[in-house]
Design a protein around this ligand. Structure first.
Ligand SMILES: *[C@@H]1O[C@H](CO)[C@@H](O)[C@H](O)[C@H]1NC(C)=O
Ligand SMILES: *[C@@H]1O[C@H](CO)[C@@H](O)[C@H](O)[C@H]1NC(C)=O
Ligand SMILES: *[C@@H]1O[C@H](CO)[C@@H](O)[C@H](O)[C@H]1NC(C)=O
Ligand SMILES: *[C@@H]1O[C@H](CO)[C@@H](O)[C@H](O)[C@H]1NC(C)=O
Length: 168
């Protein structure tokens, strides 16, 4: 397993086979020294989760049960506060909803993204960390019991924004 201790925002992906039925849980853990506000965006084609955003204090964790078939992404909003009009706004990875819930809005770049597909092609589970929208916080994924081969922890711990070509 990767050394998740140095990382800030981590996702524990746990899948258990109980009585022939797979049940999967996403456990979000905040290892940052500050509060983060994770956002969740469900992809087209699977039912959205009931939660699309929440507050996670330093060292806190939250476990969310996920349907057998699900696809979507997560990120951690940082530096959020209510502005004078009582809209929630964040210094990075804001989803623009003005609320704790992102309500089907994605992150405004730069944002480190965690992408997960459960029960995708051939019944396999897929996960990755994407910097297609840049980087805002270090992130790690620790999988447990997924249906696949060689499912190892992945992480992105360095800010790669400054190395991106200017036009990106
Ligand atoms: C989080 O946990 C670390 C290590 O156990 C501890 O040093 C730190 O004070 C905790 N932070 C908060 C905000 O509780
Ligand atoms: C924003 O306001 C709501 C409603 O009063 C409150 O629950 C929440 O904690 C506030 N968020 C922040 C980041 O201050
Ligand atoms: C796990 O993956 C295998 C091979 O891709 C597939 O045949 C099987 O149906 C999957 N099992 C579950 C419970 O998704
Ligand atoms: C599993 O992952 C490790 C580390 O990335 C790699 O060295 C190894 O070749 C992989 N094994 C298979 C069977 O894919």
């Amino acid at each position: 397993m990767a050394n998740v201790m140095i990382l800030c925002f981590s996702l524990l992906l746990t899948s258990l086979l109980l009585q022939g039925v797979h049940s999967t849980t996403f456990t979000f853990k905040n290892r940052c020294k500050f509060t983060v506000w994770p956002g969740i965006l469900t992809g087209a084609g699977t039912a959205p989760l009931s939660i699309t955003g929440f507050e996670l204090r330093s060292n806190a964790s939250l476990a969310i049960p996920v349907p057998q078939k699900w696809s979507g992404r997560f990120w951690a909003r940082q530096g959020c506060s209510n502005d004078t009009t009582r809209r929630l706004s964040c210094q990075s990875a804001d989803c623009g909803s003005g609320l704790l819930q992102c309500n089907n809005a994605g992150a405004i770049p730069p944002a480190t993204l965690v992408e997960v597909t459960l029960n995708g092609a051939d019944g396999k589970d897929f996960y990755d960390i994407s910097n297609v929208d840049g980087f805002n916080l270090p992130v790690s994924i620790v999988p447990q019991g997924l249906n696949g081969t060689n499912c190892s922890s992945v992480s992105c711990s360095a800010n790669i924004n400054s190395r991106c070509p200017r036009e990106l």
